[in-house]
Every structure is written in structure tokens, then in C-alpha cells.
Ligand binder design. Structure first.
Ligand SMILES: Cc1ncc(COP(=O)(O)O)c(C=O)c1O
Length: 477
């Protein structure tokens, strides 16, 4: 039976402070708050615009503008001539207002992205790459699998981490996201089940959704993974693929131990599930931890594919990532890649190859700077927002914060008014869940965090009426 809401009922529920303007935005925000708090259920038919206008004593165009706003943000589904129903947005919806595409240089502090500035080793590596480069300009410049010297360096690093690897097993990509896209494009079809962590890295969810995958979320929390639940999810959904971030998971920062890795690989083998292991943060331990072997080291069925990135250890601006798989799969992925781009830029690959030579220095530098930023952030949070709770991460670049109330999207809106862009929990989940969580990256320097945190606290103190709608439903890094 269809549920519906009368204009009188909705008018009673919405809370708009006197003087809040523009009114249509205030109305949209009030309705959105009701949906997010669960006071207004999803798939409830909204009153006709003219009835609500009459009830609130406002013009019909104002209600139309509010409904349009809600529709743009994913909180209303409308059918021409039939009406509008409450909805929850798809967290990975990439709309025209996507701030990922438009937020450049707008003066906001980018606390929605966990992306550190470049390593101080970058100028050194670039100078050497500039010396290496002329030799390459004599050739055709296209290296569809990646520059041999970089493939060798990446393979050698896997071998050093305990997983013997040959350069033929490496495909160099334009970042790890490119790698995720290639692997999912090759192996996922419409309707295939893909097990994902909840919370997880939003752009991977986006890629899987765009392949038409059925997402099967399994929770990860401060205690880490429940691998029996992961195995059950693989079995019950006949999962084609499972996407995991066992090395300093984004956003929780947890590290899976070797026993967990063995169990994960075993579950994938038994269920015929391809494991896509994202090691983008693998080099970013924040303290000394018992060493772990890459998950592919536990692979006995040939169904583990690993991906990695230069973005977190060195710099996102290099746009270097990779896939490690069988040589045969690497060739198939390279053939697929040729349909979109033919090869990566040579210079950046030379830079990355050089950076591998001094990898331990970069690891130490990141540990030093990220720990300093984390200390600043954790202290400020405990002082100014004591009701928020979090567990200190093993590594990575973000805190996964439990807010205590389902208010993350409203908070992100309010923080935008205070010049800080935040990543609300639902970005990291499936079906609009995780509204009581916020990811706070500590990849910015301490002085930036010391400036941003009081502004976040001010946004919390201002409450919902301190907010203006922001384009908050966008995946983060
Ligand atoms: C888990 C994870 N995978 C992949 C990426 C994308 O990295 P890249 O910049 O190499 O495309 C990120 C970036 O935030 C990430 O956190």
C-alpha cells in the first residue's frame, strides 16, 4: 500500500527558523533532515506542491524550487504528472554540481579528501627523471604496459614485501582508480554481486555501480573485519568479486593481520570469487607493526588481483598506479586499456621509478608528518568535540568518527558555511547508510588542521540552522 503525507502533516513536521533565507533552501533542508533522521520514511508520497504552498502560506514557485532542490540532491523521486516520493540519494551520484569537479580554488579547506601534499623527495626524483628522459624521446613514447624500469621497480617492491613478482605481472596505470576501473570493466557484468566493505573507498563503489553490480556490504569497524561474515556474503550472493582494502583501510585505517589475509584468500578461492585487493595505503603505517604479507601471497587459486598507487606515499599529482596479476591477465587489461588511452606519460613514470630507490625515506617522512597531524587533530577533537568518538588508526590518513547522532550530511552542509569541506559517512556506504559517521583526514599539515577544527566545532555548535545546502553527495578520495 502506498504511504502518503498530507500538506498539514508535512507543515507540522518541518522546522524552519524565522528569517532563514532563501526560503526554498530552508524548506528543502528541513525535509532532507526529516528523511535523514528517519522521521520521514523513504518512499512516502509528498503532498502536491499547491497544497503545501497553501498550508505554509508561501508561493507555489517556492515549493517547486524546494522540490527541485530535493530532487537534484536525490531526496525525491518524481514521475511526471504522478507525484513525488521521498528517497535516499545514491552516495556515488555524480551530478552536474559535483564538487569533485568544481571545487578547485574555491578557498575551502579540502577536508573531504585524504590526499597529502608531495613528498620532499619529489624535486630530487624529477631532476634525475629529466636526465633520463631524453633517451626515451628517441623511441615512439608509447608503453602500453608501463615503462620497463617502473614495472621492474614495482615488481621488486612486491618481492621485498614477501611476494615474488616478475615485471610481466605489472601493468602501470594512471592511478589506482584507473586500475580499479580496468579490472572491474574486464571482470564485472550487469547484475554480478560484488562484496564490499562498509565503510569503504567511495570511487570503487561508484565504479562497481556503473558496471551494474549488486553491492553486498559487510561491516568493518574499529575491531577490523569479520571474515566469517565476508565468507558468508561471498557464498550467499555467489559473489563474482570482493573489493577489500586490508592495508590501512580507507576510511578506518585498520590493518588486516596475516591470519585474516589467509582466511580472506581461502574464502575467495572456495567461493570462486575474484579478490580485488587495494593496497593504495600499504606503505603508510603510522607505527611499527608486525609485518604482513600482501594478500596475494596467500593466493592458491589464482584469483587475487592487487592494485597499488603512488598517490599516498609520494603524490597524487603523479597519477601513477598499477595492477599486479598474472602476466596473462595483465595483457588482457592492457588490451582493454587501449580502448580508452594507449599508455601513460613517460616522465611521471621515470619520476616514480626513481622514487622507489628511496622508498624508506618517503615512508619515514610520511610517518613523521602524518603522526604530527594526527596528534593535532586527536587533541583538538578531544578538547572541542568530546562527544565524538574514534579509535586511533594503525596507518593511513583518516579518522573514522562516530558522531553520536545521524547528522553527517547536515554537518557537512554547515561546515561548508564555515569554509571547510567535509566527507560525510554516507559517501562511504551503500544505500545512504553511515549517516552517524564522518571521515576526517589528517593529511593536511597541523597548522591547517588547527585552523579547520574550530570551524568544524563552530558548525556543530550552529546546528542545522547554521547550515546552507551544499553539494555534499560526492565521493571522496
Ligand atoms: C583506497 C583507495 N584506492 C584508490 C585510491 C585512488 O588513488 P589514485 O590517486 O592512485 O587513483 C584512493 C585515493 O584516495 C584510495 O584511498
Amino acid at each position: 500500500m502506498e504511504r502518503h503525507l498530507s500538506a498539514q502533516q508535512l507543515a507540522r513536521l518541518v522546522r524552519i527558523a524565522p528569517g532563514e533565507r532563501p526560503y526554498y533552501e530552508a524548506l528543502a533542508r528541513a525535509v532532507r533532515a526529516l528523511v535523514l533522521d528517519g522521521r520521514l520514511a523513504v518512499r512516502v508520497r509528498m503532498p502536491a506542491e499547491r497544497h503545501l504552498a497553501a498550508e505554509l502560506g508561501i508561493s507555489r514557485t517556492t515549493v517547486t524550487a524546494a522540490y527541485d532542490r530535493l530532487r537534484d540532491q536525490g531526496y525525491l523521486d518524481s514521475r511526471q504528472g504522478a507525484g513525488s516520493w521521498t528517497a535516499l540519494p545514491d552516495p556515488a551520484t555524480l551530478g552536474a554540481e559535483n564538487p569533485w569537479l568544481t571545487s578547485e580554488d574555491n578557498g575551502m579547506t579540502p577536508m573531504h579528501a585524504a590526499a597529502p601534499a608531495a613528498t620532499t623527495l619529489l624535486p630530487w626524483a624529477m631532476a634525475l627523471a629529466a636526465e633520463d628522459h631524453p633517451r626515451y624521446t628517441l623511441g615512439i613514447g608509447y608503453h602500453p604496459m608501463g615503462l620497463p624500469t617502473l614495472r621492474e621497480a614495482i615488481a621488486a617492491r612486491y618481492t621485498a614485501r614477501g611476494l615474488a613478482t616478475r615485471p610481466e605481472q605489472i601493468l602501470v596505470t594512471v592511478g589506482a582508480q584507473h586500475a580499479i576501473h580496468l579490472v572491474m570493466s574486464l571482470l564485472i557484468g550487469q547484475g554480478d554481486a560484488v562484496v564490499v566493505e562498509s565503510p569503504t573507498y567511495p570511487h570503487a563503489l561508484d565504479t562497481a555501480r556503473r558496471r551494474g553490480a549488486r553491492l553486498v556490504p559487510v561491516g568493518v569497524d574499529a575491531d577490523g573485519w569479520q571474515l566469517d561474515l565476508v565468507a558468508a556474503a561471498m557464498r550467499q550472493s555467489s559473489a563474482r568479486m570482493a573489493y577489500h582494502v586490508p592495508d590501512f583501510q580507507n576510511p578506518t585505517g585498520r590493518l588486516m593481520d596475516d591470519a585474516g589475509r589467509a582466511a580472506l584468500a581461502d574464502a575467495a578461492r572456495r567461493n570462486g570469487t575474484v579478490l580485488l585487493i587495494d593496497e593504495s595505503w600499504a606503505e603508510l603505517a603510522l607505527r611499527d607493526l608486525p609485518p604482513v604479507v600482501p594478500v596475494a601471497g596467500f593466493d592458491t587459486g589464482g584469483n587475487v588481483i592487487s592494485i597499488g598507487s603512488a598517490s599516498k606515499l609520494w603524490w597524487g599529482g603523479l597519477r601513477i598506479g598499477w595492477v599486479r596479476a598474472t602476466a596473462e591477465l595483465v595483457r588482457r587489461l592492457a588490451a582493454l586499456r587501449a580502448s580508452v588511452d594507449l599508455a601513460g606519460p613517460v616522465f611521471e613514470q621515470l619520476v616514480a621509478a626513481r622514487l622507489f630507490e628511496r622508498i624508506e625515506e618517503a615512508r619515514a617522512e610520511r610517518r613523521r608528518t602524518l603522526t604530527a597531524s594526527l596528534d593535532t587533530m586527536a587533541t583538538a577533537l578531544r578538547d572541542t568535540l568530546p562527544s565524538w568518538s574514534f579509535t586511533l588508526p594503525d596507518g593511513g590518513g583518516s579518522l573514522w568518527i562516530r558522531l553520536g547522532t545521524p547528522s553527517a550530511i547536515r554537518l557537512a552542509d554547515a561546515a561548508a558555511c564555515h569554509g571547510v569541506r567535509l566527507a560525510p559517512g554516507p559517501w562511504f556506504g551503500v544505500d545512504g547508510t553511515l549517516e552517524s559517521y564522518l571521515r576526517l583526514p589528517f593529511t593536511q599539515p597541523p597548522q591547517v588542521l588547527a585552523d579547520a577544527l574550530p570551524r568544524i566545532a563552530a558548525a556543530v555548535a550552529a546546528g542545522p540552522n547554521g547550515a546552507r545546502p551544499a553539494e555534499s553527495l560526492t565521493p571522496a578520495l
